[in-house]
Ligand binder design. Structure first.
Ligand SMILES: Cc1cc2nc3c(=O)[nH]c(=O)nc-3n(C[C@H](O)[C@H](O)[C@H](O)COP(=O)(O)OP(=O)(O)OC[C@H]3O[C@@H](n4cnc5c(N)ncnc54)[C@H](O)[C@@H]3O)c2cc1C
Length: 463
């Protein structure tokens, strides 16, 4: 949000001011909205004032983190609250490896704070320029057979409900609120503080090597269980995969690159892996049969040789997510992984005029008991499909999405909450044993539906 956007300010009380004419767009520029007022409260008193003001003016409220969710989950035409000033670390305990933070802190800020205290988050997703509040509210995950969604590492939290009351919760106190708020979609209350279980800082040894679906799928369980953090990228229209094993490593040095190696890395990652790829996919929008050749060529250019490196955990977990994209991601029971991937491959290979971008990313998450976590009650595999939008140009993806979702549903899948999906309450009741319990907690804490937007209306529609 730039300063020239702060055109008008509505003075609504002693402290809080709402900004007008703010245009919100999510990271992938696929959804946007124009909230009638946009608030950046500096403390809980201001937050309460905004809640009361919204109620008195009959408006809805939506909290936004960094707006990275590739769906309309944050969108509202009423009032939007940005908690970016709630970004403080409140306390740290290096004996228990725990840290108490405000919910608007970004993972980038948290990683660097933890690093100076020789601690780290146990697992991360692909990026860290997202808030801890947003991360836990959508079931954000990384990968690793023994690692849960990031919300699993929250020990307790405080939220403000729509009466303006502070509610503290944990597994021992208000546990139903806790297990609802951990994947609360911004609907259970406004999370202001939380305590997170960390671990001593660690380095990761990353080993990436080329393989094929035929080679990797028969022993997938051994592969996934055989290292701390396993993930793989499959290149559709081919049998090729890039396999990535990450393991904690001690008493070793971070990999140092010479100046010339840094230039080579930049050339591979950016010149080829970003700018040329974006151009190639843009060209393919005029000649779609190019796509399989692009996928195969980029595998050969970037992924056909084994690579290894050692670095700080957050540097290895995170990677560049390239240019704007449509994504779709569901979780399925882990034992269904091979069948679903082979079925998806068969569909892509046999359907005329279907051309899909690489990669299909496959990650693994430990089961949990968070009411709306996509990994609730089962070790899960997340399969993420992607269609880039080169230079912002839209590419057709509906047929791909439809077939992928059909396969995921047949396998008992659940959509990632942050990503654009089309499911509604009647589907979620079947997917989540505690969906009704979650809706009851929501109703209790927000009886006037203050925190509801059109995304949540769909989720709750016929519940
Ligand atoms: C490039 C990229 C890479 C990604 N990689 C991964 C990945 O590896 N794994 C994965 O699982 N996901 C991934 N995602 C999805 C991302 O992790 C989620 O969308 C996450 O929610 C984004 O955090 P945010 O701060 O931007 O939240 P937002 O998108 O701003 O908000 C998400 C939700 O959280 C709610 N919320 C935010 N703060 C609070 C609060 N304090 N109290 C209550 N509710 C709150 C909002 O109301 C909204 O419902 C990725 C997204 C992008 C764009």
């Amino acid at each position: 949000m730039s300063s020239e956007m702060l055109e008008e300010v509505a003075d609504i009380g002693v402290q809080a001011k709402g900004l007008k004419n703010i245009h919100f767009t999510n990271w992938s520029q696929t959804y946007s909205c124009q909230p009638s007022l946009y608030f950046i409260p500096k403390d809980i008193e201001e937050l309460r004032e905004i809640i009361f003001y919204a109620k008195s003016t009959n408006k809805k409220l939506r909290v936004v983190g960094c707006g990275h969710s590739p769906s309309d989950i944050c969108c509202t035409d009423d009032y939007m609250i940005n908690l970016r000033l709630f970004n403080n670390v409140l306390s740290i305990n290096c004996d228990t490896n725990t840290v108490k933070v405000e919910a608007g802190i970004t993972l980038t800020e948290l990683n660097s704070y933890l690093d100076t205290h020789k601690l780290a988050l146990p697992v991360l997703g692909s990026v860290s320029d997202i808030t801890i509040g947003g991360v836990i509210s959508t079931g954000t995950h990384g990968t690793g057979a023994k690692f849960g969604v990031l919300a699993e590492y929250v020990l307790d939290l405080e939220l403000i409900n729509t009466s303006g009351d502070t509610i503290k919760c944990s597994r021992n106190e208000n546990s139903d609120v806790f297990l609802s708020a951990l994947c609360g979609l911004g609907a259970i209350g406004i999370i202001v503080r939380l305590t997170i279980q960390c671990e001593p800082a660690f380095l990761l040894y990353e080993y990436t090597y080329p393989s094929t679906l035929d080679e990797i799928l028969p022993d997938l369980d051994d592969e996934v269980n055989g290292c701390d953090h396993f993930r793989m990228l499959w290149f559709p229209h081919t049998n090729l995969v890039s396999v990535c094993n990450n393991n904690r490593i001690y008493n070793k040095e971070i990999t140092k690159y010479s100046q010339s190696q840094k230039v080579v890395n930049w050339f591979c990652n950016y010149a080829i892996g970003y700018y040329t790829l974006e151009f190639a996919y843009w060209l393919s929008t005029y000649c779609q049969p190019l796509v399989p050749y692009i996928n195969r060529l980029w595998f050969w250019l970037q992924y056909s040789r084994p690579k290894e490196r050692i670095d700080l955990s957050n540097k290895v977990f995170n990677f560049e997510c390239l240019f704007k994209q449509h994504v779709n991601e569901w979780s399925i029971p882990r034992e269904k992984t091979a069948k679903v991937l082979l079925d998806l491959k068969h569909w892509i290979d046999t359907t005329p005029n279907i051309y899909v971008h690489f990669p299909v990313e496959i990650r693994f998450v430990k089961e949990d008991d968070i009411y709306l976590s996509p990994a609730f009650g089962r070790d899960s595999t997340f399969i993420n499909i992607i269609m880039y939008r080169p230079y912002g140009k839209d590419v057709s993806h509906t047929q791909y999405w439809d077939s992928y979702e059909k396969l995921m549903k047949e396998a008992g899948g659940r959509p990632h909450w942050a990503k654009a999906h089309r499911e509604k309450a009647s589907d979620f009741v079947k997917m989540y044993p505690y969906f009704r319990a979650w809706t009851q907690v929501r109703k209790r804490l927000d009886p006037i539906n203050l925190l509801i937007n059109s995304y949540l209306n769909r989720v709750l529609m016929d519940s």
